[in-house]
Ligand binder design. Sequence first.
Ligand SMILES: *Cc1c(COP(=O)(O)O)cnc(C)c1O
Length: 359
Amino acid sequence: MTSPVTAYIDTKALLNNLNVAKKQAPGAKILAMVKANAYGHGLENVVPVLHDHVDAFAVARLDPALQLRSLNVTKPIVIMAGFYLLEQLDIISANNFEPLVHNELQLELLNKTTLINPINVWLKVDTGMSRLGFLAKDVERVYQHLVACPNVAKIGFMTHFPDADDIAKPITENQIVAFAELTKDLKVDRSLAKSAGVLGFPSSHAEWIRPGIMLYGASPFIHKTAEELDLQPVMTLKAPVIALRDLAKGTAVGYGGTFVCPEDMRIAVIGIGYGDGYPRHAKQGTPILINGKRFPLIGRVCMDMLMVDLRDGLEVNIGDQVTLWGKDLPAREVAICAETVAYELYCSVSKRVKFEVIQ
Ligand SMILES: *Cc1c(COP(=O)(O)O)cnc(C)c1O
């Protein structure tokens, strides 16, 4: 065994989670979000599994879109960040990608050029996210502009929710109403729902849903767990116990000596650190799963190692595989201990971690 830190990718869990999305929104087409290398799971591990069960894929930028074509993706590929250069537009046209159109510069570029093939575009409407998109007052003009543009084929409408992870907040329903009003007289495909919309806001399903985090098995909600939503973790991150130490009461552990042994005690050193993508900011007490039992992280996470309080640790041995997150330890729980989100944990898994697909 040469590369002991391993991210196991469970393809059955991936398909289970996709089916949860389909059950929630039976009439909707699926734009599978695989941006950021499939949320850190690896495009090559995720896309072939999903390909025949979804209607399109979405990435943020052009490079991964080209990578998808090299993975033999024949479904539409949406470029969420759009484009800002003419040469990008040429690549988009040559490869049949579908970019988002969200600002005036893009309209100018579309007017300036003659593309090999007219492209399908998604008109992004800003209904409250204030990231990309046109405001409601501009939508009619932009739409007419695109309709008149010979470089544009089909036009879809898209908007995004900033606060749907909290179902109790009224903003999402207000966005849904505003978007419906803007698109009510148009025969266009519409897309509003990220995972939280798919699972929490049925009125947001429209023609296309855009599930991301739920496909990978994490809950998009603050107040609901993945288990309650029938989602299964796709990634399980594991590393070995590389040392066991018996330390005397009063011994300081690790950089900064932030943990001091309150009694004579055993600790385990695990062979994973922030160099692998384990969050350095994980607090003391963050759970680590060893042989089916949770133990608390102690001291500061190092680059290649971290330490665990083994006081309740019966039969832990060097070489035992430890779970950092995944099956039986939701990434979201670890994320909360590191003041971040499961999305970031997944995306941070570094290049030196080995990926292994399990069927
Ligand atoms: C990332 C993203 C999604 C998917 O969000 P999840 O919360 O992962 O489901 C959908 N739409 C847009 C615009 C996004 O950026």
